[in-house]
Design a protein around this ligand. Sequence first.
Ligand code: TXD
Length: 309
Amino acid sequence: MKKARVTVVGAGFVGATAAQRLVEKEIADVVLIDVVEGLPQGRALDMMESAFLEGFSSKILGTNRYEDTADSDVIVITAGLARRPGMSRDDLLFKNAEIVGGIVTECAKYSPEAVLVMVTNPLDVMTWLAWKKSGFPPERVIGMAGELDAARYAYFLAEATGASPAEVKAIVLGGHGDRMIPVPQHATVRGRPITELLDAAKIEAINQRARDGGTEIVKLLKTGSAFYAPSSSTVRMVRAILQNTGEVIPACVYLKGPYGLNEVYCGVPVKLGRGGAEQVVELPITEEQRNALRASAEDVRLNFLKLRV
Ligand code: TXD
């Protein structure tokens, strides 16, 4: 069987770590591209030199030329600036819009059938912008954020209950940022709802820590943002798409109706497969959560409108 081909744009922390995970797990051959000369080539060569040690046969090519990305099945875009302490994700808006706009046009030209997975912040707005710039159908332009937020939420719940993270199921809704909405009534630990295991105050404290999960890491690192869990979340989405697993993963997708949201990109659980975002899953949520989701989506819309695309 022909190996899948994934382009990762941006050979920085998230991009290079995602590339490493993709080849080590034999999910795809990877093209790693960056604007900085030598950076993707150096990282790719270093990773290839670990192939013998790690025992993988997938290949990785480092390049600065978009021609080399042709016919990719999935394109992951991580290029752009990352947050520094004191910066919100929205502070990155105009700078990253400029970077992402140019990249998407190039990628779409060489891989017109690809599924685009956006990672660059502010995530929801960049995903919307990528859809506009690519000319792709919306189901083939998806953003990674909910999976990461849910993984953080699951980790904090595991920590609070003494369970292993693998025994926790958690889901979040909404845009990537302070308005993200944890949905504790659909979170379980070893199959039991967390509302039976933790009191309301503890759950609210964990909800808040999950909302602030990215900021907590930025404060600790001081010179960059999280990349281990973000690259893992990205790779899980890429695998679901390439291997057509039909897994339901929270992701930023274009909504036309579900959850009462219309013509806006926002985070919801979605079935992923070879066609990209194949079906939005509508969970029962409270009125308060529905209002919070609407507010989060309107925030995304306002920021997207600022770009005047
Ligand atoms: O949940 C999420 N979606 C996120 C998003 C989780 C973590 C990080 N998130 C965002 O991803 C973060 O706020 C940034 O916007 C991106 C990338 O974060 P990373 O930590 O990988 O940033 P780096 O290490 O600075 O890497 C960015 C790379 C760097 O190598 C630049 O040279 C490159 O992007 N870059 C470009 N590549 C190609 N083309 C252009 N124009 C370009 N400009 C910068």
